[in-house]
Design a protein around this ligand. Sequence first.
Ligand code: ATP
Ligand code: MG
Length: 236
Amino acid sequence: MPDQPALIARNLERSYGEGSSTARVLRDVSIELYPGRVVLLMGPSGSGKSTLLAVLSGLLRPDRGEVTILGRSLWTIRESARERFRLEHFGFIFQGFNLFPSLTAAEQLEMVVRWGEGASPREARRRVGAMLDQLGLGARGHIRADQLSGGEKQRVAVGRALLKNPRFCFADEPTGSLDWGHGEQVIRLLHAAARDQGAVLFVVGHDPRLIPYADRVVHMVDGRLSDEPASLEPTL
Ligand SMILES: Nc1ncnc2c1ncn2[C@@H]1O[C@H](COP(=O)(O)OP(=O)(O)OP(=O)(O)O)[C@@H](O)[C@H]1O
Ligand SMILES: [Mg+2]
């Protein structure tokens, strides 16, 4: 197991709003993420989990603090360089899935391999078919995203993030709208991406059944990270 963190975040602060309506969402958050390991971030709704994910992954600028990824300071490089870095190294699974409604499940995935990597149509079809099978969507590839169920969309989003074998995968509630059978399938895939490809997996989730698949569980408590849940946070 490599001992060097691939991502180091130091003293992150982030607020929304101004003046008396300012909400301080992140207060002095520091964390290190290691290749090959799954970190699960838990915490009540509105506690800042998606905000932290966005700051760590180059989508939302912190007010203060630093994120260093593979030795580069994510928030001091230019926007274009940050964008390239994200495209090259990051896979995302967002809370809202962000699929293209008029493309089929298979087309959403083929785009990643064909345009992202320049694979041939045949190679793209092969890899996409294998991924859809792994996600239990083998028979749904030809269905348009706007006709898929919430859980099917979610699994397509997971496939899209993992297909390019990213070095970092940021997943916001990747099992949120899935029954546990499919949820377990998804967390197993994410876990395998960490184990087999040495990816950094940063997963936001609230289901305690995810815990056994995590190498470390951290909790958002009053804008800070804690190894223990907030005392009032329900355990289920
Ligand atoms: N763009 C924004 N402008 C103003 N406030 C925001 C914005 N985004 C988030 N917030 C506020 O910041 C707080 C943290 O939001 P965030 O989305 O990070 O929470 P979360 O832990 O991901 O919640 P959930 O579990 O419901 O997804 C919330 O109070 C939210 O209302
Ligand atoms: Mg959220």
